[in-house]
Ligand binder design. Sequence first.
Ligand code: PLP
Length: 530
Amino acid sequence: MTDAGSPEDEPTTEIRVPRLGQRRQPVQTRHLLHAQPPIFEQGAPGRSGASLPPLDVPEADPHALFGDLCRVEPPGLPEVSEVEVTRHYTRLSRWNYAIDLGLYPLGSCTMKYNPKINERVARLPGFCGLHPAQPEATLAGALELMHRLEQALCEIAGFARVTLQPAAGAQGELCGLMMIRAYLQDQGRRPTRVLVPDSAHGTNPASCTLNQFQTVPLKTSADGLLHVDTVRAACRAWPDDIAAIMITNPSTLGLFEEEIADIADVVHEAGGLVYMDGANFNALLGKVRPGDTGVDCMHINLHKTFTTPHGGGGPGSGPVGVSSRLEPYLPIPTVERRDGRLVLDYDRPRSIGRLRSFFGNFGMFVRAYAYIREMGGEGLRRATEMAVLNAAYLRARLEGVYPVAYDRPCMHEVILSDKQLRRETGVQTLDIAKRLMDYGFHPPTVYFPLVVPGALMIEPTETETVETLDEFADALLSIAQEAREDPERVRSAPHQTALRRLDETRAARQPRLRWLPEGRAEGEPPDKAS
Ligand SMILES: *Cc1c(COP(=O)(O)O)cnc(C)c1O
């Protein structure tokens, strides 16, 4: 069926990391996986990475200087040489999986490649040397960039204004719902309910709760779409009590919500506003402007669609676009042009206030703006076309073995299920995800969205080559074959990683994130000063 070959053809001290355009090459990892004690257990007393000249002044008594603030015992820091430190952290860094190493097909996360030119631009001294508390008169370049980025995002998404402040998509949701609430209150209304389809990202109901709204879950239909009748029925069930709908388009099922404009009309007639979760905007660039489909408010994840680093790699940024009726409620400060100059406007009486310190994650604005200018309108449209094509390609290669959850054209991501494999072999999604690591791939998002049992949610993004997509598809097909021939091999995966299968619950609930000396429990003070 496939010539991907099982990773176990290689000795077990090897893992595979992707190499561009080649077959996956085994990499010697004995030095990576073994002899890797924590830094605290390395080194020897007196060893150091620096040398200082002998003390040529009288030694000061710290107790005399600092009294009670002085620690009783030395802090117990590792005593290591420079080369030990270097090797330790270099080894650790090579345990990490990164978009710069290979495909990162986490559905709903848009883990696309982050172009290096963005990094160069963000490091220009005029940008990275700015202090957020500098006088406004010295910020002209930064304000210009923020203004231009706002204009570009307005143009791309079809909104009147955009605030750049929110630090992530989730904070963008919070910001949007706060503006919606403020708008409704100004109309003398206090509706309490927000409609959220059952396929939504968990942040949607969480943002509702934080805003003291009650979430009304809406059922997506058997075809995976949210239908206008479902929305109409909910609006009728709670007349005058619908504050908004939060709708993701394309939905987290990777499907385009075809009835979005009608849904928006129905919600507007019921007195509510339309919030769109724009995390999946990568499927719409140059094709659909959400503002044109009746959406009042939407967050845009710069760290997804606009290539700023993501997931442990950097702070996020979740600008929010609004239609003109929400403009007065934007967070302060906004950037305004007055008498030909850009200024920060704090005098906005109906604003929801400040959402974040200073102006947002400015470095992300530089990267996103650089990306938009590099790509241009045509380039962004191409990116979306390629993102959708890549997902459709994987679907075509895999759906015979991993059936699609919904038989409709997928957008930028495809949701497969373990249905067939589980029935035939007992091997299920988690096993498949773990086994993929042995093949050198980051697993896709699994068991989400919750409405699809055994979901494998795959988002390849536009930045992958057809060779990489083929390797990934071959790996998944090869795992399916293994599941038939030797299911235990898959069920006990991963075999090639530094750590084997973790207890998922304990890893999430009771992670041990720091080293403690023998015999000391978490929570005890570092030195038991008497
Ligand atoms: C990523 C994502 C979010 C949250 O965005 P963060 O920037 O991670 O806070 C919300 N909704 C959907 C559909 C997403 O994919």
